[in-house]
Design a protein around this ligand. Structure first.
Ligand code: G4P
Length: 535
């Protein structure tokens, strides 16, 4: 197959949602359609982790599973689909955000009963910042949910994105009859529990057609009215606007009933973008370039002492990755080759000989990788857009064994390189504050510091709400601010100044009161300033 076709046929995306909206169910149904799994139940829901989060071995078991499901590759209709998992629930972490830097588009699942929830908003902020194209799947139509027009308004208001329904629900809850696909002008009748059969789908180009009344009776007129309202209220679907991240097409369905899932997959393969070009600090790398490039967006360390391996997940941006070929590790200025690279197809890890743009491969890591590291065929640049995100849970790191402070410092330095957490220091480094975006990270840190570095520690809660990176045009203004707020200022690992806000209110006040200081919500200031970052 020509190289350009290899790129053209790839679709790399992630599903994002608030816990319980149906991400696991939808993932599983997509894998079933793609033939990647044969039976339902193969994709582990995060639920077990939630129920037993206090049991560390259970967390570890779940983490083990999460490697297998980190990337789910499968073939569908001639396309190579790479579905990347975004850990949710207690496992919600910077990894979740960073996964979004490795995909070309996302599917957002919303529960029609609950509407847009907090975690969805956070994840969408990252998508908006990166201009990632989004398709919305409104799930659980078999339940009595919110009015579809209200839901669409809520999506637009809470996610700050224009939406365009491409299908429309007929009834809801126990009266759910199916959807009318406004795009391909077909009626899809709902069949609870079973797969949509061929005779459940019929083309009805004109909604005035009496066939509609025969199929859905009294619901036909309501559908006609709704469709007219939709056509009046929303612009026509425009793929370019979707690809620019400015318009989200919306589908309605019921994942657990397999309803609307195939249409979603068909639409995704048709309209979602193939591997995109990517910015570096030097130039834009086009996915069609012949030379291999890629970056590390996630590092997974096995906690089992018998298998202490680390896997660096690399998103390929251009060229062909080849097993055992030397590639250039830009940060270390060193050529390295990888003899056992793995890919993740049909939920199985297997050694591969080659991979293409859009693919995610796992490289066994002996400690040479940091999040954001770039691999090339010799050229020197770093991919942009893999920032650290402002943490949300903060604790003071207390050393329980002063004789082991060297080990503790080394451990915390390495684990923060891996992206497990972020470290902020105050008072010339003597006060160490650890920040994460999910609570589970503290258990993981404590366990790993003790088992891998022999360092015992404790974490004490702190009254910090958010850490924002700060910059100023004027050194004098910054010096004044740092003096004035010294107890709230810390440095990140790279020596950048950070403001530790005690509450949302205090942060807003501070932003207003000190216009000479700029507050950033990701560590990548320049990009964020261009694109207006998450609030
Ligand atoms: P998540 O990964 O986003 O957290 O959600 P997950 O797929 O685990 O789904 C959460 C719950 O919602 C599950 O029920 C699942 O069966 C249910 N669900 C998913 N899609 C639909 C749908 O289209 N309609 C309805 N009515 N329910 C749906 P559960 O009772 O928590 O778990 P289970 O016992 O069913 O596995």
């Amino acid at each position: 197959m020509p190289y350009s076709d290899e790129i053209e046929k790839r679709r790399t995306f992630a599903i994002i949602s608030h816990p319980d909206a149906g991400k696991t169910t939808l993932t599983e149904k997509l894998l079933l359609f793609g033939g990647a799994i044969q039976v339902a139940g193969a994709v582990k829901s995060n639920k077990t982790a939630r129920a037993t989060a206090s049991d560390f071995m259970e967390i570890e078991r779940q983490r083990g599973i999460s490697v297998a499901t980190s990337v789910m590759g499968f073939e569908y209709n001639g396309y190579k689909i790479n579905l990347l998992d975004t850990p949710g629930h207690k496992d919600f972490s910077e990894d979740t955000y960073r996964t979004l830097t490795a995909v070309d588009s996302v599917v957002l699942v919303v529960d029609c009963v609950k509407g847009v929830e907090e975690q969805t908003e956070k994840l969408m902020n990252v998508c908006r910042m990166r201009k990632t194209p989004v398709i919305v799947f409104v799930n659980k139509l078999d339940r009595e949910g919110k009015d579809p027009f209200d839901l669409l308004d809520e999506l637009e208001a809470k996610l700050s994105i224009k939406v365009r329904p491409l299908s429309w629900p007929i009834g809801m809850g126990t009266a759910f009859k199916g959807v009318y696909n406004l795009y391909n002008k077909s009626l899809y009748l709902f069949r609870s529990g079973g797969l949509t059969r061929t005779d459940d789908v019929m083309e009805i180009r004109d909604l005035g057609d009496a066939a509609l009344d025969r199929q859905i009776g009294d619901y036909a007129n309501k559908l006609r009215e709704d469709a007219e309202l939709v056509e009046g209220a929303y612009d026509d679907f425009d793929r370019q606007t979707y690809l620019a991240g400015d318009l989200a097409p919306v589908f309605f369905g019921s994942a657990v009933n397999n309803f609307g899932v195939k249409e979603l997959l068909d639409t995704l393969t048709t309209i979602a973008p193939p591997p995109a070009n990517r910015a570096t600090n030097v130039r834009v790398v086009e996915s069609g370039e012949k030379n291999f490039t890629g970056f590390v967006f996630k590092i997974h360390a096995n906690l089992d002492p018998r298998h202490r391996d680390r896997i660096a997940f690399v998103r390929i941006c251009s060229g062909r990755f080849e097993r055992s070929k030397f590639f250039h590790h830009v940060r270390l200025n060193k050529d390295i080759r990888f003899t056992s690279p793995v890919s993740f197809m049909a939920m199985r890890k297997s050694i591969i000989d080659e991979a293409y743009p859009g693919d995610v491969i796992g490289l066994y890591d002996t400690g040479v990788f940091k999040i954001g590291d770039t691999l090339t065929e010799g050229e020197k640049f770093m991919f942009q857009g893999i920032p650290s995100f402002s943490p949300e849970v903060f604790k003071l790191l207390v050393n329980l064994d002063p004789a082991k402070s060297k080990q503790l410092n080394k451990g915390i330095a390495q684990l923060t390189d891996e992206g497990v957490a972020q470290l902020f220091t105050q008072q010339q480094g003597s006060r160490k504050i650890v920040g994460t975006v999910g609570v589970l990270q503290f258990d993981v840190l404590q366990y790993r510091l003790e088992h891998e570095y022999g360092a015992r520690c404790r974490f004490e809660p702190l009254g910090i709400h958010k850490a924002c990176w700060i910059t100023s045009e004027s050194k004098a203004d910054m010096d004044k601010f740092v003096r004035f707020k010294s107890d709230r200022i810390a440095e990140d690992k790279d020596g950048n100044l950070v403001f530790l806000a005690e509450s949302e209110w205090a942060l807003r006040n501070m932003i207003e009161a000190t216009p000479e200081i700029t507050f950033h919500f990701t560590s990548e200031f320049k990009r964020e300033m261009q694109n207006s970052g998450p609030a």
